[in-house]
Design a protein. Structure first.
Length: 298
């Protein structure tokens, strides 16, 4: 059924994506009113996440952040449709990558890269990154979505500028193969995803005991990767800057948990500066730390 519906629905999404940004943002304004006031979308989850993450903030401040989140999230939804047909030249004007000479520097050192970011800003508009790192084969880790239709459209938009989507269970094997061929590569990790309940790594994040995948650390240490963090700043509707920050030249030289803890700190720091651009509707703090699992100090 998904295969039958894919082409007509993709065609419809493509046609909608041809609508100018200024008109799409009118739909976004309406969508905000619907999701916040009329048919609330995960409103209890959003407010619970905000209140428990920022207990020091007043109710008025929490409400302000929540409303700003829903406005941003509405923009995010229309932007991911727009990017379906958006050519790279226009996307490059809206998502500006800063200090990309860092990629050149690492390529000159023959270093492959672990590229790290959270679900912040609009990660679906950052798919123009392969052009910024021409010496590296750009691989993006993905976990299959429940909706196969949404997954296929998401894969199209992420691969249209040269990135390669690799399932989580295959990424290490693919990286080893690329390394054996003598080619440089990057692996893009969305490092704030919620791992299974039985995760072994727990630390304090946004005032919660929170589990994290250890893939960034394990793979970057085994593959001797440089670790680069993407600091994302929203500068306007559908406009972002990505500032690159090298965290480690060679993760293999780091202490245990150093890579993970550093990435967690960077993510938290970015969220605290402008919390409305993180994905608060996600049940990120759903699980509790299992008995007998230690909390890693930051």
């Amino acid at each position: 059924m998904a295969s039958i519906l894919y082409f007509p629905l993709f065609g419809l999404a493509w046609l909608i994506s041809l609508i100018p940004f200024r008109v799409l943002y009118l739909f976004s304004d309406l969508l905000y009113l619907i999701m916040y006031y009329i048919f609330p979308y995960r409103k209890k989850v959003v407010f619970h996440n905000l209140r428990t993450s920022f207990p020091e903030k007043s109710d008025e401040e929490i409400t302000r952040i929540a409303k700003a989140f829903y406005r941003h999230f509405s923009d995010f939804l229309v932007e991911i449709i727009k990017v379906i047909s958006l050519p790279q030249k226009r996307l490059d004007k809206r998502v500006v990558w800063k200090n990309t000479e860092l990629f050149e520097e690492l390529a000159a050192k023959k270093k492959s890269i672990a590229l790290v970011s959270p679900h912040y800003g609009n990660w679906e508009m950052q798919n123009n990154v392969p052009d910024k790192m021409p010496h590296h084969r750009c691989m993006i880790i993905y976990r299959p979505l429940k909706s196969k239709l949404t997954g296929r459209i998401s894969a199209y938009t992420r691969e249209k500028f040269g990135a390669i989507m690799i399932p989580m269970e295959n990424i290490f094997r693919e990286a080893m193969k690329t390394k054996a061929e003598g080619k440089l590569f990057s692996i893009w990790f969305l490092a704030d995803q919620r791992p299974p309940r039985n995760s072994r790594f727990w630390t304090i994040f946004l005032n919660h005991e929170t589990a994290f995948f250890e893939g960034v650390e394990k793979m970057s240490r085994k593959l001797e990767l440089a670790v680069v963090f993407m600091n994302i700043i929203k500068t306007g509707r559908g406009r972002y800057e990505v500032h690159l920050e090298k965290l480690f030249d060679n993760a293999a030289a780091t202490a245990e948990n150093e890579v993970t803890l550093t990435c967690v700190s960077k993510i938290e720091e970015m969220i605290k500066k402008a919390p409305e651009y993180w994905l608060w509707s996600h049940k990120r703090f759903k699980h509790s730390r299992p008995e007998g699992t230690n909390l890693v100090a930051r």
